[in-house]
Design a binder for this molecule. Structure first.
Ligand SMILES: [Zn+2]
Length: 424
């Protein structure tokens, strides 16, 4: 199961173009991995193309929006962006399209996408009891590991040693999903410290859920005092951080990922987006878990992020739409340490971009592009997806995935989990 999951994850991530995957998975409970077939073998080749006459939202502060603009891509790299770009290669008509960077999702328990919307309305059907039950078969968070036991470091050491062969030409990064210092109660240093020490010895980025609920107070300061924050550490949720603790996060260089979709659904409360932006903390937005959120539509989560901040401030104008889109592109990329590679349509960066069609009934007509993109866009409006220079979706159709096959595979996998866990 674990090995199968892992190969699927790698293939899926390659096909869907999920970048910035640091920390999305690592499994101390995972069996020794085996190498699958070459993940990139079925992907379209990187070529040369120019999307012309589109409304280009570069999300680059210096370049801004370019109405009637073009984006020229060659061999995976953005060669030129502008109004008078000569271009080259295949010509793609961008009339009626908004072209922008691919969205940057910063934290996702991809394995429980299989359990989309399974979290119910009774305590025994809630997210944590169910995920603990199914998580023992899964790649990712070591669910069920006793709080008195350090995670086995063998599998992650093995992966780190051989990572080049798994990384799909560097598109997927290995990181450690750390359990942290708190679960049901505090975890002893002799249990958690070796886990962090080993990740740092291997040079792996670390991601950790902390101060998730409003009531989970005073969890940041012990991390800070224990030198467990830093540029290599991404904090998830962090809803209950005090102003003093936000200063500690800023000072340490740690980034934060907030997930308004799951945080609102599970009752954690409102995220501290404005407060973190005011401190200058690197910040990204995330789906977190489809088990709670259902949809994996990051536009919808970005919109929730904006709406949370406006609701908290009781102001229509607290978080501008464009700022919310920045969090989902360039700021998210920076928070993952990838701001020089992706997150904006800037010449020299890798070609990760999307073209949104505004011709559908739910998108017409274009007034303010930033508000329109944030508030109206659904996955069905994404005409074209380019990842690392490969066109993976065109004319609304996936180029590298057979949708019925993917759905059939997911159904079969879920049936297997139901059987093994005696889940009715
Ligand atoms: Zn999470």
């Amino acid at each position: 199961m674990c090995e199968l999951c892992r190969r699927r994850f790698i293939r899926g991530a390659a096909a869907l173009g999920l970048t910035g995957a640091a920390g999305l998975f690592s499994s101390p409970l995972m069996a020794q991995p085996r190498r699958g077939d070459a993940p990139a073998s079925k992907l379209p080749a990187r070529g040369e193309f120019t999307i012309a006459n589109a409304h280009v939202m570069t999300m680059d502060g210096a370049l801004g929006d370019i109405p009637g603009g073009s984006v020229h891509v060659r061999n995976g790299e953005i060669v030129a962006v502008g109004k008078d770009v000569k271009g080259g290669g295949q010509k793609i008509d961008g009339t009626g399209m908004i072209v922008m960077p691919g969205l940057v999702e910063t934290h996702w328990h991809m394995w429980n996408t299989l359990y989309r919307s399974f979290s119910g309305d009774k305590p025994e059907e809630g997210y944590f009891p169910t995920v603990a039950r199914f998580g023992r078969h899964s790649c990712g968070w070591p669910q069920g590991l006793p709080d008195t036991q350090s995670a086995d470091q063998g599998p992650i050491e093995s992966l780190a040693r051989d990572w080049k062969s798994w990384s799909n030409e560097g598109l997927i990064t290995l990181g450690m999903a750390w359990r942290g210092q708190f679960r049901a109660g505090p975890i002893k240093p002799e249990v958690y410290q070796p886990e962090v020490d080993n990740a740092r010895k291997l040079g792996l980025p670390i991601t950790v859920h902390v101060a998730s609920a409003r009531k989970a107070v005073n969890q940041i300061e012990p991390l800070y005092n224990g030198k467990l924050l830093g540029k290599d550490v991404q904090l998830i949720h962090t809803l209950s951080a005090s102003p003093a603790e936000l200063d500690m996060i800023k000072q340490s260089g740690s980034a934060v990922s907030v997930s308004p979709g799951s945080e609102l659904r599970i009752g954690y409360g409102y995220p501290q987006i404005s407060e973190m932006l005011a401190k200058g903390i690197p910040l990204g937005i995330s789906v977190d878990t489809s088990a709670l959120v259902g949809t994996s539509n990051l536009f919808a989560v970005l919109k929730l992020a904006r709406d949370c901040e406006n609701a908290k401030a009781e102001s229509e104008f607290k978080l501008p739409a464009r700022k919310a889109l920045e969090l989902g592109t360039i700021e998210g990329a920076r928070s993952m340490g990838m701001g020089d590679e992706i997150g904006s349509l800037t010449p020299g960066k890798r070609a990760d971009l999307i073209a949104i069609s505004t011709n559908a009934l739910n998108m017409a007509v274009v007034t303010d592009p930033a508000h329109l993109v944030l508030e109206a866009t659904g996955p069905e409006n994404i005409d074209t997806v380019v990842v690392d220079g490969r066109i993976l979706k065109r004319g609304g159709k996936l180029a590298a995935l057979d949708t019925p096959k993917v759905v059939a595979g997911a159904r079969a996998a879920l049936a297997g989990v139901r059987e093994r866990t005696k889940w009715r």
